[in-house]
Write a protein of this length. Structure first.
Ligand code: MSP
Length: 675
């Protein structure tokens, strides 16, 4: 790969970024950083989509000129991206001259190809999607994404001959299986193409906010036709031909699954019409959900990314989003889970490893570690295998798999420390060489893990690299060379804990579980058989040693590897009241695609439970079924309906629910306890 051009969707600026829109930018940033780490010249472009009606309306409400409002919002967006360490190379706004020049040139070229004609559009328009909608696109008359009623509009428009490109698009899909990924989105688009395409309206009349059509300035270019062109505008189309030839076509457009049709059907047809190359790949990622719904400002289900970053730090947030959500699928964000993963992955696992390596190197070898000539290194093969699998995953945008691979090396290093017991070796002068090698191996494995994690946690990984004696800046490192096992002597530094463990005590069961799990692990690790009182004293992960303490022998931390999910005690499990229940009634919840209102019989009472299972089950499917319910969960209001319990379901690989049922329901009547 000689160069890599990557884009995200450009955001509407009528409101601040939320965690869902931020997720896309963070994921794209991880991809961009990985390519830079691979030594490929990379161009990562993001930007703002400003010609939307909602933007105009918001500016008017604020009494501002729309452009002044967009200028203000640019600062808001940049501040968020800066805080989240999103390292775009270019940020394009659709009100910029370079964008206007590209739109004018491309629309002109499409018109010259004979692909625009005048007509009249009469139909639905969802302002939040900025999209024309057909009846079949609506659910009970509402836009399914925004759950609002679209406007009925009738106006003279210019139409683009999208239908003409259906066969060429199908041929392109057939010849390029990787054009649209993941597979589920490709299948959706293939079905759409097979059904046939209608021409689409690409101008709006009676509006001043937008880019005028070059051949009819009384109309402006439809906002989507305008916005898509940013991808070529940003690399010089219509303004800098040499630059355009250098960077186009894009290697990947990273966009949400709700807008894949614009990117995988409309955009390629526009490019075909203009005789330009198509992007090599479109990645349609899933949605971040909040309480069972797409996270969205207009649905009132959004989390502020700055608040999330302030809570535990930008890197923990980035890691959570790319490691916990399978890239391509939907995933949940909850504060409880975020805190739980922070404690498990960062405080107890990686953070603890960083402090153990530094403290032991300092205590036993004054910070200088070097391999023993001729000695066998213990983690070399494991590291090489992890790097191989990491690269294979990251090359295919399987970010979560790549991150999990990197954490395997962290786990393996923690396990190695536990096995090799450096504190025991340190007591026996005849084993000094073994200790030298062990100290070197753990530092080297940690160095490699930090390089692999750098795309996701850039600031923290840079600090880890510094502490393990890597003298080059992180962005000068290359995955192909610098993750090979190196053998030079190095100086290890101590430092304050990177991720102090947070106290998650509170009502949420997940928090409780994380805490209990850690206690359990520490007990077993601090009392290894045969460990005498000169062994390193326990260090709690929430209080990793400070620099001053770290150089004192008594502050050497005892290994606290947490290679697996934190465990809970049986008593904790028994705090859950799981009961058999029979569904006696079920109905859809207006405006919700996911939720059903379900009435269950628990033997002694009937309860209303709101269940996020509507994608997989109709109300009729449910009545009469035996299910398992968490009966002692706090009540919660979802879409205005009070839920008094939770129905248990597994989640299939496509994130669809699969209900838990009983082997022999006749033997366990409603109300029977499940354990
Ligand atoms: N302006 C258009 C995109 C034009 S691209 C030529 C738009 N803007 S948006 O602000 O509504 O969304 C920006 C991106 O964020 C889209 O890719 C969208 O799918 C994504 N997301 C919005 N909500 C999201 C989640 N809850 N989760 C994940 N991504 C989400 O669409």
């Amino acid at each position: 790969m000689s160069r890599f051009y990557l884009t995200t969707a450009i955001d509407y600026v009528n409101s601040r970024p939320h965690l869902g829109t931020a997720y896309e930018k963070i994921a794209a940033d991880v991809i961009a950083r990985y390519h830079r780490l691979s030594g490929v010249p990379t161009q990562f472009v993001m930007g703002n989509d400003e010609h939307s009606q909602n933007v105009y309306q918001r500016a008017t409400e604020r009494g501002l000129d729309p452009l002044a409002f967009c200028d203000e919002m640019e600062q808001v967006f940049r501040e968020v991206w800066d805080k989240l360490d999103v390292s775009f190379d270019d940020f394009i706004r659709t009100t910029e001259d370079r964008h206007r020049a590209a739109v004018t040139a491309l629309v002109q070229r499409i018109a010259e190809a004979g692909d625009l004609y005048e007509g009249e559009y009469e139909g639905w328009y969802c302002v939040s999607c900025e999209a024309f909608k057909q009846d079949k696109d609506l659910v009970e008359g509402n836009c399914p994404v925004h759950q609002t009623r679209p406007e009925w509009i009738k106006e003279k428009n210019y139409f683009f001959r999208l239908s003409k490109y259906r066969d060429r698009l199908l041929a392109h899909y057939a010849a390029n299986p990787g054009f649209l990924v993941p597979e589920v989105r490709r299948n959706e688009m293939l079905r759409l193409l097979e059904r046939g395409l209608d021409d689409i309206s690409v101008s709006r009349t009676g509006q001043s906010w937008g880019i005028p059509l070059p051949f009819d300035p009384s109309s402006v270019v439809y906002v989507w036709f305008d916005a898509l062109i940013n991808y070529i505008a940003a690399v010089g189309y219509g303004t800098d031909e040499a630059r355009f030839n250098e960077w186009w076509p894009a290697d990947v457009h990273v966009v949400g699954k709700d807008i894949t049709r614009f990117h995988a059907v409309v955009w390629p047809a526009m490019l075909m019409s203009a005789g330009l190359a198509l992007p090599k790949r479109i990645f349609g990622h899933g949605w971040v959900h909040w309480q069972g719904q797409k996270m969205s400002k207009s649905l009132g289900t959004s989390v502020d990314p700055l608040e999330a970053a302030d809570r535990l730090g930008p890197d923990p947030l980035r890691l959570y989003l790319v490691k916990e959500i399978a890239f391509g699928q939907d995933g949940d964000f909850t504060w409880e889970r975020f805190e739980e993963r922070y404690n498990a992955d960062l405080a107890n696992n990686l953070g603890n490893l960083v402090s153990r390596v530094a403290v032991m190197a300092t205590k036993y070898r004054a910070g200088r570690v070097a391999p023993v000539p001729g000695a066998v290194s213990h983690l070399t093969e494991r590291a090489a295998d992890v790097v191989r699998r990491y690269q294979a995953a990251m090359d295919e945008y399987q970010l979560h798999v790549g991150m999990a691979a990197a954490f395997e090396l962290v786990d393996a290093t923690n396990e190695f420390i536990t096995r090799s017991e450096p504190w025991v070796l340190a007591k026996d002068p005849t084993r000094a060489a073994e200790l030298d090698q062990a100290l070197f191996d753990m530092a080297e494995a940690l160095r490699i893990a930090a390089i692999l994690l750098w795309p996701a946690i850039p600031a923290s990984a840079s600090e880890i690299l510094r502490r393990v004696g890597e003298t080059r800046p992180a962005d000068a490192l290359r995955v192909a060379h610098d993750t090979a096992w190196s053998t030079g002597e190095r100086t290890i530094s101590t430092g304050p804990p990177l991720w102090p463990r947070i106290d998650t005590s509170g009502p949420a069961p997940a928090k409780d579980a994380a805490e209990k799990g850690t206690e359990h692990t520490m007990t077993s690790e601090t009392e290894p058989p045969g460990q005498d009182d000169t062994s390193p004293p326990p260090a709690t992960a929430d209080r990793a040693p400070t620099t001053a303490e770290a150089v004192r022998p008594e502050a050497v931390p005892v290994p606290v590897p947490v290679a697996e999910e934190p465990r809970i005690s049986f008593d904790d499990f028994m705090k859950l009241t799981l009961k058999v229940a029979k569904v006696v009634a079920a109905e859809a919840i207006p405006k919700s695609k996911k939720l059903l209102k379900v009435t269950v019989d628990l033997g002694t009472e009937q309860r209303t439970v709101v269940a996020g299972i509507a994608r997989a089950y109709t109300p009729e499917d449910l009545v009469g079924r035996t299910v398992v319910v968490v009966a002692n969960l706090n009540k919660a209001k979802l879409m205005g309906v009070e839920s008094n319990g939770m129905i248990l379901a597994a989640t299939d690989p496509d994130q669809n629910p699969v209900l838990l049922t009983l082997d022999a329901p006749e033997k366990a009547p409603p109300g029977s306890r499940v354990r």
